[in-house]
Ligand binder design. Structure first.
Ligand code: ADP
Ligand code: ZN
Ligand code: ZN
Length: 756
């Protein structure tokens, strides 16, 4: 299967040309915009166009067409045998057949004996399911609600029906939402409160979500000012990019919703991106409550069938608002007036595999195409975006107060874990301050969020006595522990040193390996506070479909005292009863071998701190750290983004990093370490002489993950300025090396890599 992107007369070609055997889609899958986008993006991210197109389309398209042939006419046994057919459907995998067979197949198609079947959707269409919906009039409902003596479950049902007069639910689903037994629903059905009917199984993930309708909130003056400025650009169909720097809880989402409303009123459509799947349930609820049905959801947690259906609905023009994660930026939505990227600083917006695109770049391209407004929102904008606003490329908007009246930013205290370890026993994960605070919240029936900032592969060594972590003398980045070679290595420049037996700062010999996961911490906390009810939120506990929603819903209904998790707990969550946030180890992120580690730490701490005290009850945040003086932790404790921005910019300036220089990574990987290392040397030789004078080249060195799935990885980092004309050199590199490299060695180029 391939894609026809253009038709040209060619009399001669250097490539082997093939004929188009048959055409699958009568109507093109990709419109003009998408074709142009794929062309631009492929070049921009140094990828193949086919990879970009595949990233744009739902997965199901592969399955759909590979299975899509059906016999309708009479076929001889001979032919059936040839295609291994005992049923009347062919599992059509072109590579199973030789060209003669394919020719025969095409003949059968043209004779009408075989047809192409379309979507998988058709196969499932027959299925139906029983759903329940309200059977009572408004008056009956009011009367029933006024009657005394209903059982608890019955009260819940009536209250729910009042909110959801027109919706329908499956029994199991509704029982779960209301936290009652399915039997109570059967009783209600017998009483005539509910009617049951059969409905086709819907593969629409938005439809299944139930919400009470909500009204627009009157904006406060901060919000109003932002709203007016962006709304004006929307009205004028002016292509403009806004950066909204709004503290946590300042009411950014409410502004988004009202701007979307304005866009729709103008007859145009909107895309709203969130950085991860965990944030989609909450966002889709808030959007659906306002806009009911013209909403589509796209993220990688959906089944192939759901994604396909959503994609088709969007393409057919039934959708006005698309919500989703990174890949939703490719939604085939037309007539776009507004693109919002919430938490725009999040690194999840960058795809780490081919094609290595950033959703923000795609958004800006599409906004230009449609004459649309782009709104980037964050409490902690990326340095790149904030610097662009500084230079006037983006319009900077700010909201500095919490939206709920009386709600203040929480009080943040830093606990120096070095002292705790000296006074208490070393190795304790919980300081007495934090433990006491958690106990107080349990007693007051308030809630706590605990963050264990432990991410990624990297581990490091640290002096237990003074908190010292060894850094590279050339790059000032923390060194990574390599157990196999028993050494500390710098992943940027290749510097290498032995693991110290004594701390060079304080002389202590208590050097230790750092790392402790959420599961272990959960067990420890349970032992320390036996009556605490803990919900754990991490990749392990959310693997099952629907489990994320359930954990968050149960926490929202105060079935738990503590929500303990990885960075998943840090972002976007809005729970009014949370008045304490504890960060168990703020240092983990600081010691990643990454020039952005300060920024990432600041972002994460500021975001998680923002979960506390959102409803008007006073909130506290306790940050445990071995580096209480670190600037990122200090600024996060003050929740001072602008201060952090200035400090971090000066550090980036000194070290020639982004946003002063662009960065780009060239990587080579292969199954043989020596060959791969020779290949990266050859790459270095090739580009060295072609770089602009101010372009800086680091490496070659092994990548941070030097060996993965039996392949060895090497890299070169380039730091360059916009006018360095690097693109031409890199394209030459790609075309020369695609021939020169052995077939099992890959060359890849990553523009603006998230980490090296
Ligand atoms: P952010 O996205 O900036 O973190 P949210 O949009 O989640 O903030 O708003 C935080 C809380 O403030 C929410 O509970 C929201 O309903 C409430 N809120 C937003 N705007 C207003 C307003 N104008 N008046 C009262 N409450 C508001
Ligand atoms: Zn020390
Ligand atoms: Zn180094």
């Amino acid at each position: 299967m391939g894609f026809v992107v253009a038709v040209q007369d060619i009399s001669h070609s250097d490539f082997e040309l093939k004929e188009v055997q048959s055409i699958i889609d009568e109507k093109p899958l990709l419109n003009k915009e998408m074709l142009a986008l794929s062309d631009w993006l492929a070049r921009y991210v140094f990828s193949y166009r086919i990879q970009v197109i595949q990233a744009m389309l739902p997965n199901a398209f592969k399955a759909k067409y590979l299975k899509g042939l059906k016999i309708v006419g009479q076929l001889s046994d001979d032919i059936k045998k040839q295609f291994f057919l005992d049923k009347d459907e062919i599992n059509f995998l072109p590579e199973q057949y030789d060209s003669r067979q394919l020719q025969l197949l095409n003949q059968l198609i043209s004779q009408g004996k075989v047809v192409q079947t379309t979507t998988i959707a058709k196969k499932n269409r027959a299925k139906t399911v029983k759903v329940l919906s309200n059977a009572l009039s408004e008056q009956q409902l009011t009367d029933l609600l006024n009657e005394k003596g209903h059982r608890e479950a019955q009260k819940k049902i009536l209250a729910f029906l009042q909110q959801h007069t027109d919706d329908h639910f499956q029994t199991k689903e509704l029982a779960e939402i209301l936290d009652i037994s399915p039997a109570s629903l059967t009783t209600a059905e017998k009483k005539g409160w509910l009617t049951a009917k059969q409905m086709p199984v819907t593969r629409n993930p938005v439809h299944a979500i139930s919400v009470a309708k909500s009204q627009a909130i009157a904006l406060n003056p901060d919000q109003e000012k932002v709203f007016q400025q962006v709304a004006q650009a929307i009205d004028n169909q002016k292509q403009e990019t806004f950066l909204l720097e709004g503290i946590t809880g300042s009411g950014k989402t409410e502004v988004y919703l009202q701007l979307i409303e304005r866009t729709i009123a103008q007859g145009r459509n909107a895309i709203l991106l969130v950085p991860e799947i965990a944030l989609t349930p909450q966002m889709i609820r808030r959007v659906k409550a306002r806009f009911s049905d013209a909403v589509a959801l796209i993220h990688s947690g959906l089944s192939d069938g759901q994604r396909l259906d959503q994609w088709e609905e969007i393409r057919q023009g039934q959708i006005k608002i698309v919500i989703g994660t990174r890949s939703a930026i490719f939604a085939p939505l037309d007539n776009i007036g507004l693109i919002i990227i919430d938490e725009e600083h999040e690194s999840n917006y960058k795809q780490e595999d081919n094609p290595r695109y950033h959703a923000r770049d795609v958004a800006l391209w599409r906004a230009r195409f449609h004459g649309a407004v782009t709104l980037l929102g964050s409490a902690t904008p990326s340095l790149e975006s904030r610097a662009r606003a500084q230079r006037g490329l983006f319009t900077l908007l700010r909201m500095d107060h919490r939206a709920v009246s009386g709600a203040m930013l929480p009080t943040v205290s830093i606990v120096d874990m070095r002292e705790v370890w000296q006074k208490e026993h070393a190795d304790s994960d919980f300081s007495p301050d934090l433990l006491d605070a958690v106990k107080q919240r349990i007693a007051a029936q308030e809630q706590t969020i605990l963050l264990l900032n432990r991410r990624g592969y990297s581990s490091f060594v640290m002096c237990r006595n003074c908190g010292y972590v060894p850094h590279c003398p050339n790059c000032n980045l923390s060194l990574t522990l390599h157990m196999d070679s028993h050494a500390l290595k710098c992943h940027y420049c290749g510097y290498e040193t032995a693991i110290p037996t004594k701390c060079p700062v304080c002389g202590s010999s208590q050097i230790r390996y750092v790392g402790s996961g959420t599961e272990k911490i959960e067990a420890k906390l349970q032992a320390l506070i036996p009556n605490v009810r803990i919900a754990r939120l991490d990749q392990d506990t959310t693997r099952k479909k629907g489990s994320l929603e359930k954990i968050l819903r149960d926490f929202g209904q105060q079935k738990y005292d503590v929500l303990l998790g990885t960075q998943m707990v840090a972002k976007g969550l809005d729970f009014p009863e949370v008045t304490l946030v504890g960060v168990l180890n703020a240092d983990t992120g600081l010691n990643l071998p990454d020039y952005r580690s300060g920024e990432k730490t600041f972002d994460l701490l500021t975001q998680v701190a923002g979960r506390s005290g959102r409803s008007g009850k006073k909130g506290d945040v306790i940050i445990q750290t071995f580096n209480p003086d670190n600037y990122a932790i200090q600024y996060a404790a003050k929740q001072d983004y602008e201060g952090f921005y200035r400090k971090e910019m000066s550090l980036r300036h000194l070290a020639d990093y982004s946003p002063y220089f662009y960065t780009l990574q060239i990587a080579v990987d292969g199954p043989d370490q020596f060959m791969a290392s020779q290949a990266i040397d050859a790459v270095a030789d090739f580009i060295k002489g072609r770089l602009a004078q101010q372009t800086i080249m680091l490496g070659p060195t092994p990548k941070a993950i030097a060996k993965l799935r039996n392949r060895y990885y090497f890299q070169i980092i380039l730091k360059y300025k916009k006018d360095d004309n690097l693109e031409g050199t890199l394209r030459d590199l790609q075309s020369v090396f695609s021939e020169r490299l052995p077939h099992d060695i890959y060359l890849s180029i990553d523009r603006d890599p998230v980490s090296f």
